[in-house]
Design a protein. Structure first.
Lengths: 87, 621
């Protein structure tokens, strides 16, 4: 089963990899910073924390770094999971 | 005299660059500024193994040579030899975090491609090992084509080897290498290509990788918890402000008694006259009134430096982002705004880490509304004189409550101002928030001490120059010409006549002649207002020749309660600080924004003080 999963909706602590990034939806400086922080196809990513319920930023592990970003940006990052959770 | 060779330390943020810089140079550091920008230039001398001395400069952390902030621009301009006031470095020390090679090697590759002699410091190898990561520096050397030295800056490991490599590097061949440098700094700019190469090199250099439960994540599970996190942050801030006031009491008393003793010595040693009055009523009273705040500022900075060095500050920004987004700012603005509680000048300088220009400008414009330590002397003396020391609830005194209210007033004012500014003059897309969260680490005492010392030095220099000079000028303006018998000195003098003009404007908001007089020198710094009122009453009070009647008694006798409350409200908003205005001019490259800032803050101060005064009058206070 395949489903479109973004970094915004990825469950916490579920191992995943960056699939595609919708660069057009991001402002130029945001897109550049995202590249500089190592976001690229195939890189391992994991959601570590979500600030409060609702609309706070997300902390995720990308490569060996922990990065905080807003949900709007996370929404443009598609991820794929190797194995989907059992339920 | 020939200049000594220049070596620049450069690397990603959080690579442990400053700790390595401190380890190499020790306390022999100089903090200056690059011309035209407020980016600090940290430099120090390093003696090489063969006895030669080089100048080591610590460049601001950057992610690439494609700058997105003034800090990163300086880094790019220095390493490409285009920074005004700086020569092209003879060599670079590229600092990378051993545990984060994937990312840090990309910038290292860009820097190596510039063609300058490079030595790579593979820093924080101990933390990498703690994370279960074993690296092979020899593979890195082969892949990068430059010397690689494993270091642990905070434990002084690898420093000798690094210095030996530098000694070999800084030599006769630099002149030739300089010509080899690409003139336009054009290296492979494609971040993605470089990033993939960096990842490949990192993978090749990794001997083994055992996944261990990183204790970082355990700490973050608490610090970033949706409920526990904000509670922890609020507790930390509460403890911080509590400490600022309680820990500072003893040292403040020592400084006060030292100045009182100095005053006595001068009074005893000199005959009564103008020179004695200049020294006691002018210099000692003025500088003393300001120096007593040194302990408060140092304690506040101690907390801020420790929070930053430990890595917690970014977590605080993460927690605050939601709230800041509500007024059109980002979590990044939290750090500058928190620093502004000590002093708006370093606060405004700290906005350089905010990428978004509009976001940064808004943060600069509201930073002066955070209650800086210079307002404390004003608040505390007025509160002591007019607010009764009464308990309103168990453990809550009325005086403390009023002080707390003034802090809240500033924060609320700042948020309202941010909302208004983001809809008008700094209109634009909502800014983003994207930040690397560094690993937690134990701050090193030496690094904190060096940071504190440089803050203290800036403050002492200001107290010794700007503030001393202002109080002397005020003393002179207040003392001449001498009032004939029957006339009040404070009204007859030059300063008194200027104040009489200003009084017409501030009379409607309940300010008297003395306040009008104090507001003028308080333009230099808010705390001067207290010194100025003190000087006015010292010169004016003919019966009190020995300076014994306290300022509090004088205030009680001369001001009404509504006037005092209006005065407090005025200082919540009024931009009375030359240094803040100057740093805003430098940070925004012109007079437009500082002029706007001064205008909107004075207007708000006038309106708010007026409302306070008339409400208090009608309430019958």
């Amino acid at each position: 089963m395949t489903s479109i999963l973004t970094l915004e909706t990825l469950p916490r602590h579920q191992p995943a990899a960056v699939d595609t990034i919708d660069w057009d939806r991001l402002a130029a400086p945001e897109a550049r910073r995202l590249r500089e922080l190592g976001f690229d196809q195939g890189v391992a990513v994991e959601v570590l924390h979500r600030a409060r319920l609702g609309s706070g930023p997300i902390a995720c592990r990308i490569g060996r770094m922990t990065v905080a970003l807003r949900r709007a940006v996370a929404r443009s990052i598609r991820v794929s999971t190797a194995t989907l959770p059992a339920e | 005299m020939e200049l000594s060779p220049l070596v620049a330390m450069v690397g990603n943020p959080n690579a442990g660059k400053s700790a390595l810089f401190n380890a190499l140079t020790g306390a022999r550091q100089k903090v200056g500024n690059y011309p035209g920008v407020t980016v600090e230039r940290h430099s120090g001398r390093l003696a090489l193994d063969d006895g030669r001395a080089v100048e080591l400069v610590d460049l601001p952390g950057a992610y690439s040579l494609d700058p997105s902030s003034p800090d990163e621009r300086v880094t790019r301009d220095v390493v490409t030899g285009t920074q005004a006031g700086e020569r092209l470095p003879d060599a670079l020390v590229v600092v990378v975090d051993a545990a984060n090679l994937d990312n840090h090697l990309r910038f290292a590759l860009q820097l190596i491609a510039l063609g300058l002699p490079v030595v790579v410091a593979l820093n924080m190898v101990d933390l990498a090992e703690r994370d279960g990561l074993v690296l092979d520096p020899a593979v890195l050397e082969r892949e990068l084509g430059v010397p690689v030295v494993p270091t642990v800056a905070v434990r002084r490991r690898g420093i000798d080897v690094l210095r030996a490599r530098l000694t070999a590097l800084v030599g006769g061949t630099t002149a030739d290498l300089r010509r080899l440098r690409p003139s336009d700094g054009s290296v492979d700019d494609d971040i993605v290509t470089l990033q993939r190469r960096a990842r490949a090199i990192a993978a090749a250099a990794t001997v083994s990788e055992t996944p261990v439960r990183r204790w970082n994540h355990a700490v973050d599970a608490v610090a970033l918890h949706p409920v526990v996190g904000p509670v922890l942050l609020a507790t930390l801030l509460f403890v911080m402000f509590q400490a600022v006031f309680s820990w500072s009491q003893a040292p403040v008393a020592w400084i006060e008694s030292a100045f009182a003793a100095l005053d006595d010595v001068v009074r005893a040693a000199m005959p009564d006259g103008f020179l004695r009055s200049l020294l006691t009523d002018g210099v000692i009273a003025g500088v003393g009134a300001v120096l007593v705040f040194l302990p408060l500022i140092l304690i506040l900075f101690l907390f801020i430096l420790v929070l930053e060095a430990s890595g917690y500050m970014v977590r605080a920004a993460f927690l605050m982002d939601r709230l800041m987004a509500g007024v059109g700012l980002s979590g990044r603005a939290f750090i500058p705004l928190l620093s502004s509680f000590a002093c708006a000048v370093p606060g405004i300088m700290a906005t350089r880490t905010i990428d978004d220009e509009k976001d940064r400008l808004t943060t600069i414009l509201i930073a002066p509304l955070m209650t800086c330590s210079a307002r404390l002397p004003v608040y505390s003396i007025i509160i002591a004189a007019f607010i009764p020391a009464r308990q309103v609830a168990p453990f809550i005194g009325l005086q403390g409550l009023v002080l707390f209210g003034l802090y809240v007033m500033g924060i609320v004012g700042a948020f309202v101002a941010a909302l208004a500014l983001r809809r008008t003059v700094t209109k634009g897309d909502s800014s983003g928030f994207m930040m690397e969260m560094p690993k937690y680490q134990m701050p090193r005492l030496g690094d904190i001490a060096i940071g504190l010392w440089s803050r203290a030095w800036i403050f002492l220099k200001r107290a010794g120059t700007t503030i001393a000079l202002t109080t002397v000028i005020l003393w002179a303006l207040l003392s001449f010409p001498q009032a004939p018998a029957g006339q009040k000195q404070a009204e007859y003098s030059v300063a008194g006549r200027i104040a009489s003009g200003l009084e017409v404007i501030v009379r409607p908001i309940g300010f008297n002649h003395d306040i009008a007089l104090a507001l003028i020198p308080a333009m230099a710094a808010r705390e001067v207002a207290v010194a100025a009122i003190g000087t006015v009453y010292a010169i004016d009070d003919v019966e009190d020749t020995r300076g014994e009647r306290s300022l509090v008694d004088n205030l009680r006798g001369r001001w009404s309660l509504p006037t005092a409350l209006a005065f407090l409200m005025w200082f919540v908003f009024a931009p009375q600080c030359i240094s803040t205005i100057a740093v805003t001019r430098r940070e925004t490259n012109g007079w437009r924004w500082p002029a706007f800032m001064v205008g909107y803050l004075f207007a708000t101060a006038y309106v708010m003080a007026g409302i306070t005064y008339w409400l208090a009058v009608f309430a019958g206070l």
